[in-house]
Design a protein around this ligand. Structure first.
Ligand code: ACO
Length: 328
């Protein structure tokens, strides 16, 4: 390094891991419980099967994915300064899921909290870790996306139950001279009703009733329109910030909700669909876990070479969306 020149630190992904539940549920299995069929689900979404948690909890899957990411990175649990868990389906309201993961891993030196941004959760969490690392506050972080949406779904509603699956993905990130080049996060709270889960209905002794929990509800076509407009926008924004053209990007790891959404994003960016790896056929939409599970498969499958330019992007409830451009 030139004397007197201080290189600006960024955040680099140095290891990945993932975990999905044992139990496979095929489209034909769902056709036995709701009026649907394999052809409809595949042609509209690209999904063939999903994993559904039976004994696995969100924190258990998150910890298993994190263990694999730690092993992949060569980092010890005690070296982790920060654990961020992106989830919409934590085991408990408190303690938070990141603290549960900390306990399971023995990551005794970490500060831990959850991030709630639905299917954009991992992108939000990675951005947040990047903010802490680039400020110099922390050096090493564990960023996890994990969801068990199967416990929030109305299994009699064919318009939502065919879309989702359970799983977890994780990345170990560390301060380095290369890594994240540019990033963004966006939200539009006025459109929250398009995709919701929960209820505003209180319950307590004054009201003489229990609180309502409420299942997931979704306006599928509105979500579709939102995704095909906003994802190309935020990817274009992150590429412009990084001074890189879409053609120069080696891989686009985009939230795995629907193959038709990904086709439309590729078309709008004028990039070959071949640069968009997909795995929703095997797992469905795993919400906050979808981008890190895909990234782990890309990493372990040897797709990612040092110096590759990679875009990560997510979209989901909130509404929320965002993207990161990084050098592998
Ligand atoms: N099987 C068979 N038929 C079905 C099913 C099903 N599982 N679900 C709906 N249908 C029927 C509908 O009832 C409708 O029938 P009708 O014409 O007789 O009324 C017909 O199929 C068409 O329904 P549409 O809703 O118009 O179908 P569309 O082509 O829009 O596809 C889909 C629906 C797949 C949900 C699509 O809108 C989509 O993918 N949207 C995006 C959803 C998404 O990505 N959600 C995740 C967001 S991430 C997060 O934060 C959780």
């Amino acid at each position: 390094m030139d004397s007197g020149q201080v290189k600006r630190m960024t955040t680099r992904i140095i290891g990945t891991g993932s975990y999905v539940p044992e139990q496979i549920v095929t489209n034909d299995d769902l056709a036995a419980i709701v009026e649907t069929n394999d052809e409809w689900i595949r042609s509209r979404t690209g999904i063939g099967q999903r994993r559904i948690a039976t004994v696995e909890s969100t924190s258990y899957m998150a910890a298993r994915a994190a263990e694999r990411a730690l092993e992949n990175s060569g980092v010890k649990a005690e070296e982790i300064d920060l654990i961020l868990l992106a989830t919409s389906s934590p085991d408990f309201c408190f303690p938070n899921g990141a603290c549960e993961v900390q306990g399971l891993l023995g990551a005794v030196n970490a500060a831990c909290f959850d991030i709630s941004a639905a299917c954009t959760g991992f992108v939000y969490a990675l951005n947040t870790a990047h903010a802490f690392i680039s400020s110099g506050m922390y050096r090493t972080a564990l960023v996890i996306g994990a969801d068990v949406l199967s416990k929030l779904i109305d299994w009699t509603d064919r318009s939502t139950c065919v879309l989702f699956g359970d799983g977890a993905g994780a990345a170990v990130v560390r301060a380095d001279e290369t890594g994240i080049i540019a990033s963004n996060m966006h939200s539009e709270g006025s459109k929250g009703s398009v995709l919701t889960c929960g209820s505003r209905t209180n319950g307590n002794f004054l009201l003489g009733k229990k609180p309502e929990l409420g299942y997931m509800t979704m306006d599928g076509q509105e979500v579709f329109k939102f995704a095909v407009k906003r994802v190309p926008q935020c990817i274009t924004e992150v590429l412009e910030a990084g001074g890189i053209s879409p053609e120069a990007v080696d891989h686009f790891a985009v939230h795995q909700a629907n193959y038709r959404i990904i086709e439309s994003i590729a078309k709008r960016l004028k990039v070959s669909i071949d640069r968009f790896p997909v795995n929703m056929e095997h797992y469905g939409n795993t919400s906050g876990a979808s981008v890190p599970i895909l990234l782990d498969e890309m990493n372990r499958g040897g797709l990612l070479k040092p110096g590759d330019k990679v875009v990560l992007s997510g979209f989901g409830a909130g509404l929320t969306w965002g993207a990161l451009l990084l050098e592998w």
